[in-house]
Design a protein around this ligand. Structure first.
Ligand code: GDP
Ligand code: IMO
Ligand code: MG
Length: 425
């Protein structure tokens, strides 16, 4: 069985936890998009792992880990992750495979990300400043791109970097009056990166197809969420990759036809970090309560997440574009304590009702949510171990969402730990 796990909202849905659970029965876990903008959390008992580039399957010692061609790799962060896991007695030796075609994030990408955000002022996107947009822009532009394969030949990389940094410095000086970046420093960093990462760099497309031919089960780990997809999300307040399920194939070279199941992860409410429209946002006491109860602060940047009611129109849309089969709904425990809960079941745009999500940021900013109001529950769900034990009000809430998005919720989360997930049989 090959499965793909994707976020169906604006990221941070709990993909790391779901991937870790499914990795128990997977031979290989593949990250195929995004970079260190992601922060995926795995909690096992009292131990916590926050992974940014490394697939969440890494914490299971027998699982092979692939970083696909679609990922933008910040080598310093990846090396820290490899060494950090090693210190915790989790070795990646002989089980980490990094695509030679994956693009490399270097310091000038992060500088450019920061300069651009500063220049945008109040119109900024609210990026993670991890250099994601500038690195993907260089990939598409081709002339100034550095790929993992370049670490195999540092002499030619040295020449390449001179040209790239010379160009970047001209742009940075002209547009942002920025201090120049030293190409030699970047090169010196790259020599260290190359030395440490070379053993893992390979043709991951070949590795994946050979694994599939050998009957191994592959788990594909999405990053971000479908509403942050560069083509189908709330542009320009998106990330720079296809963060919906549609990014899986180009990001690792495996066609969707070979994936048996697409599992979409959602929270039982909605959150968003950074700027951009968020129709069901509760910028009030309700949002504040969700944030504190759900510990809604960014895994990567520590920023407080904006919180709101579950938007079933947005999720119905991301299910449709991603061909998603089932839903894993996390954070049901967080919603305990509200007398009433709301689910957005339609939008009103200029007086007209619609149930189709308009991804255009301007149009989306003007929508008014039409809510279904449901009774809440006060029971503490954190110790619930089977679906039957859930209060009827919780089951009704899940059923109301299923009724709108038209696919089943097959897993629910009642706490951050690996053990706090229940499968609906
Ligand atoms: P990801 O980016 O989709 O992997 O999600 P993050 O790790 O950024 O954010 C999800 C947060 O919610 C993490 O702190 C998880 O430990 C936590 N979490 C996941 N599932 C649950 C759940 O069912 N209940 C609660 N209370 N926390 C959860
Ligand atoms: P995971 O995988 C939540 C958001 C940023 C910003 C926008 C663009 O943990 O779910 P970028 O740095 O990518 O150029 O920022 O996208 N963003 C995320 N939000 N979770 C993520 O990843 C995110 N990755 C990017 O906050 O609004
Ligand atoms: Mg996250």
């Amino acid at each position: 069985m090959n499965c793909c796990v994707v976020g169906l909202q604006w990221g941070d849905e709990g993909k790391g936890k779901v991937v870790d659970i499914l990795a128990e029965n997977s031979d290989v876990v593949v990250r195929y998009s995004g970079g260190a903008n992601a922060g995926h959390t795995v909690v096992i008992g009292e131990e916590k792992f926050a992974l940014h580039i490394m697939p969440s399957g890494a914490v299971r010692k027998k699982t092979c880990c692939v970083i696909g061609n679609g990922v933008v790799v910040d080598p310093g962060i990846l090396i820290d992750e490899i060494e950090g896991l090693d210190k915790r007695n989790i070795s990646l030796d002989d089980r980490l495979f990094i695509s030679e075609n994956a693009h490399v994030v270097l310091d000038y990408h992060k500088a450019e990300d920061q300069h651009r955000e500063n220049a945008l002022g109040k119109n900024k996107i609210g990026t993670t400043i991890r250099g994601i947009g500038p690195c993907y822009a260089d990939k598409i532009g081709r002339s100034f791109a550095v790929r993992m394969a370049d670490f195999r030949n540092v002499d030619s990389l040295k020449e390449k970097l001179k040209k790239i940094v010379d160009y970047k410095n001209k742009v940075f000086a002209a547009l942002y009056k920025a201090e120049p970046i030293d190409a030699n420093n970047i090169f010196k960093q790259c020599v260290v990166f190359a030395e440490k990462l070379k053993p893992y760099i390979t043709n991951t497309t070949k590795y994946l197809h050979e694994s599939i031919d050998a009957g191994k089960s592959i788990l594909f780990e999405g990053a971000q969420g479908a509403l942050l997809d560069i083509d189908h999300g709330t542009f320009p307040f998106v990330t720079s990759s296809n963060a919906s399920a549609l990014g899986m194939s180009p990001g690792c070279g495996v066609p969707a036809r070979l994936v048996d199941k697409f599992i979409g992860v959602v929270k039982a409410y909605s959150t968003r970090v950074g700027a951009g429209p968020f129709p069901s946002e509760q910028d009030n006491e309700i949002g504040q309560t969700i944030r504190e109860k759900g510990n809604e602060y960014g895994t990567t940047t520590g920023r407080p997440r904006r919180c709101g009611w579950f938007d079933a129109i947005a999720v119905k849309y991301t299910v449709a574009i991603g061909g998603v089969n089932e839903i894993a709904m996390m954070h049901l425990d967080t919603l305990a304590g509200f007398d009433e809960l709301k689910i957005c079941k339609a939008y009103r745009i200029n007086g007209t009702e619609t149930t189709f999500f308009p991804s255009d940021a301007v149009e989306l900013s003007s929508v008014e949510c039409i809510y279904e109001t449901m009774p809440g529950w006060h029971e503490d769900l954190s110790g619930v171990t089977s679906y039957d034990q859930l209060p009827q009000t919780t089951k009704n809430y899940i059923a109301a969402i299923e009724n709108i998005v038209k696919i089943p919720v097959t897993m629910v989360g009642v706490g951050p730990k690996r053990s706090q997930a229940i499968c609906k049989s």
